[in-house]
Structures are given as structure tokens and as C-alpha cells.
Write a protein that binds this ligand. Structure first.
Ligand code: C5P
Length: 240
């Protein structure tokens, strides 16, 4: 399958058209950014690792009843997906306080949340993905009330699947970000990636960070942490 016209370029991925109008190719890049693009670097092998982790997890989510855009892995850094219109609302699900939640509310990182917290941000590089609520999204025409109801339901289903999935692999899923797209039928499906770029993963034994916070916070060992996450995802629960 050959890449057609470049349709979208983000900080970590490119999306290309294909000869089939209902299918796109997503290419994962090694580029890493943090603090809304202020900090930039290449992380060697990141594109291949994030592609592999996402391509391993998405079929499991489908099998668990969560519709996604994923069709197949095409190469080390490429996957074939269903063409969607991305809903410009990023959905963050939190199990444990960390990151911007801890900062905003002055709650120590690592404080467990008594129920999952779903937050919404406007997907805008120019604005740095500001926090919004569902009224904002409906009122400005980014999604319908029904879309957002479905998105919240799917986000919590993803959380209910992934939290025990990672724990069985020795990883605490602290929080993660999802994006959703709309098929031409109007169906909402999970899109984008699930990777150490978009999730906080802490080792269940040591609480060591195994995700992009190693890059954001200059902790070192970024490549090793990403490779270890791929190993834990693909080697399965029995083999930690
Ligand atoms: O920074 P914050 O605490 O809001 O991030 C919550 C989760 O969402 C983290 O796992 C982070 O990696 C992810 N995130 C993301 N893309 C953004 C903002 C946050 O993947 N633009």
C-alpha cells in the first residue's frame, strides 16, 4: 500500500491518504516535543516502538468491544487506519494524580483517585491544548452532546481494559490521553496512539517512570524505558 498525499502532520505523526478514500496511513516519527513544542528532540526508535505498542493494543481493545480506527501494521513505523475526522477534543483519563492535575490542584503526584477522572482539552497546538468542559465543546460545535456521551463511555471502557492489562505486566497506568474520530457513517471510534508518549506508566514494584516524563523531566534512560514498555506489552502477562 502506497502513501498518497500528506493530509496532516502533527508533532509525532504524519497522516497520508491512500488510493482507498476510506483508508489512511499513519507514520510514527522519532520526534519528541514537550511543553507545547518548546522542548524538542529526537528519541531514537520511538516511532517504531510507539507504532508497535499501539498496533499490539488496538486489536485487543477491538476484541473487548471498543471500536477503533486501526486496520493493520504496515511497517516498522506505519499503520493502516480507517479515515476519520478527528474530534478536536483530547480526552485525559486519570487513575492517580500526576502532571498537570497535581500542579493545578496541588495534589501530590501518586495520590490515588477514588474514581477515574475524565478531563477534556481543546486540541490546539497554538493554544497548548487548554482544559475545557463538554459545554465548551458542544457550544463551539466541536462535538455533539451524543458524541461526547459516547466518547466518555468509550474512554472509561479503555481505562477498564488497560488498567488491569498493564498491571498484569508490572505497570501502574497512572493516566493517559485519547483521541476519537468520526467515520463517515457518524460512528465514533478510538483513534491516535496508546504509547509512552500519551500515557503515564509507573513500574508497579519501584514506581519508576517508564514514559515520556523521562524526557519532559530530563530523567535520562528515555529509549530504554520505551523499549522496556514494548517488551512488557508484547511479551505478555506471564513474563515480567
Ligand atoms: O500533562 P497532563 O498531566 O495533563 O497529562 C495527562 C496525560 O495525558 C499524560 O499521560 C500525558 O502524557 C498525556 N497527554 C498527551 N498529550 C497532551 C497532553 C497530555 O498525550 N497534549
Amino acid at each position: 500500500i502506497e502513501r498518497g498525499e500528506l493530509r496532516y502532520e502533527g508533532k509525532a505523526k504524519r497522516v497520508y491518504a491512500t488510493a482507498t478514500p476510506t483508508e489512511y496511513i499513519v507514520e510514527y516519527k522519532d520526534d519528541a516535543t514537550a511543553f507545547n513544542g518548546v522542548k524538542k528532540a529526537q528519541i531514537g526508535g520511538k516511532g517504531a516502538i510507539n507504532n508497535a505498542i499501539t498496533a499490539a493494543i488496538y486489536p485487543l481493545l477491538e476484541a473487548a468491544g471498543i471500536p477503533t480506527h486501526f486496520i493493520s501494521k504496515l511497517s516498522d513505523t506505519e499503520q493502516l487506519v480507517k479515515a476519520v475526522t478527528i474530534v478536536p477534543v483530547e480526552v485525559i483519563v486519570r487513575n492517580v494524580a500526576a502532571g498537570s492535575f497535581s500542579k493545578r490542584l496541588d495534589i501530590a503526584e501518586g495520590t490515588p483517585l477514588s474514581r477515574p477522572v475524565v478531563e477534556y482539552c481543546y486540541k490546539s497546538d497554538a493554544l497548548g491544548d487548554p482544559l475545557i468542559n463538554t459545554d465548551t465543546a458542544v457550544s463551539l460545535g466541536w462535538a455533539t452532546e451524543d458524541d461526547l456521551k459516547r466518547i466518555r463511555e468509550l474512554a472509561l471502557q479503555v481505562r477498564d481494559f488497560l488498567t488491569p492489562f498493564f498491571l498484569a505486566r508490572g505497570i501502574r497506568l497512572i493516566d493517559f490521553k485519547l483521541e476519537f474520530g468520526k467515520l463517515s457513517s457518524g460512528e465514533i471510534v478510538l483513534a491516535d496512539e496508546i504509547s509512552p508518549d500519551t500515557c503515564r506508566f509507573w513500574d508497579a514494584q519501584t514506581n519508576e517512570k517508564m514514559d515520556k516524563d523521562r524526557f519532559r523531566r530530563d530523567l535520562g534512560g528515555v529509549e530504554d524505558a520505551y523499549a522496556e514498555m514494548l517488551r512488557r506489552v508484547t511479551q505478555g502477562a506471564a513474563n515480567q
